[in-house]
Ligand binder design. Structure first.
Ligand SMILES: C[S@@+](CC[C@H](N)C(=O)[O-])C[C@H]1O[C@@H](n2cnc3c(N)ncnc32)[C@H](O)[C@@H]1O
Length: 260
């Protein structure tokens, strides 16, 4: 199940439990307004940058699409979250973002700030495609992201991955396997299974699932996009670099590698 560390919490998460403390409730009102504005600004800025192209020159280019904070050295990380947007900003702003966000569940403050400062992030919504020129990328890794896009956007994204890869370039896609969700349901873990398809609330829009895959479906979409040598892989097995760092959630995940 998603343990995304990306969305800034919705305002309701900051509501004071008793409502008794006046100072607390004023502070919460400021948080509420601030968070709504930040979430709107993050989406608006992504739209404004929808045609951006990251220049990479002649280097060996590894791109992690929808990285969240699961990163490896030397990769360019692309994500629509506030974390990616504010990654290069001064520490006092990142400290504030940490306080407001879900990241506290998964990372210490020091870890969080270090990830955002040491790694390269591009703020970008994948509905607008891959923000690189044609044949600019050597390797694309994308884990637990494709299912967050509507089917049409996901198909378009796979075609755009193909466009932006060099000839002979590789992709590794990881998605929750829909068969895993069906299995859970059949075994009686119904609520857990349904969380793969339905969100509890509209909060954290970037974390909602909009489509699901098994090997055959994903293979079909990859073939349509032009990929060849499409193979199912095991957890941390394959030829894409750094999967020992990037692969996660083996129990639920379908891993596929393919080539342009
Ligand atoms: C479930 S998390 C996976 C994070 C990481 N790849 C991993 O495997 O741990 C999904 C990530 O995709 C990002 N994401 C979701 N929808 C996106 C979109 N439309 N454009 C860009 N990033 C998106 C979220 O912000 C989040 O970081």
């Amino acid at each position: 199940m998603d343990n995304c560390e990306t969305d800034v919490l919705d305002a309701d998460d900051h509501a004071h439990p008793s409502g008794r403390c006046m100072t607390g409730s004023i502070r919460n009102s400021f948080n509420t307004i601030g968070l709504h504005l930040l979430n709107r600004a993050v989406f608006l800025l992504a739209w404004a940058k929808r045609r951006q192209r990251v220049s990479v020159g002649d280097m060996y280019v590894k791109v992690n699409l929808g990285s969240g904070l699961t990163v490896a050295p030397g990769w360019i990380n692309v994500d629509a979250s506030p974390n990616a947007l504010l990654s290069g900003w001064p520490s006092f702003i990142l400290n504030r973002l940490y306080d407001l966000s879900d990241n506290r569940q998964w990372h210490s403050r020091a870890e969080y700030i270090s990830i955002l400062k040491k790694h390269r992030f591009i703020h970008h919504r994948l509905e607008y495609g891959v923000p690189f020129d044609d044949r600019a990328i050597d390797v694309i890794y994308s884990s637990h992201v494709l299912e967050h896009l509507f089917r049409g956007d996901a198909e378009a994204l796979l075609s755009d991955m193909f466009r932006s890869l060099k000839l002979g370039g590789l992709i590794r896609i990881a998605v929750p396997n829909v068969e895993h969700a069906f299995r859970l349901f059949q075994q009686g873990q119904k609520e857990l299974a349904l969380e793969y398809f339905f969100s509890r609330s509209p909060k954290g829009y970037l974390n909602h699932h909009h489509y699901m895959y098994d090997f055959d479906l994903l293979k079909m979409f990859l073939e349509k996009a032009g990929f060849t040598q499409i193979e199912q892989k095991k957890f941390r097995e394959g030829i894409v670099p750094d999967i020992d760092i990037l692969d996660n959630r083996p129990e639920e995940t379908l891993y596929i590698e393919a080539m342009k």
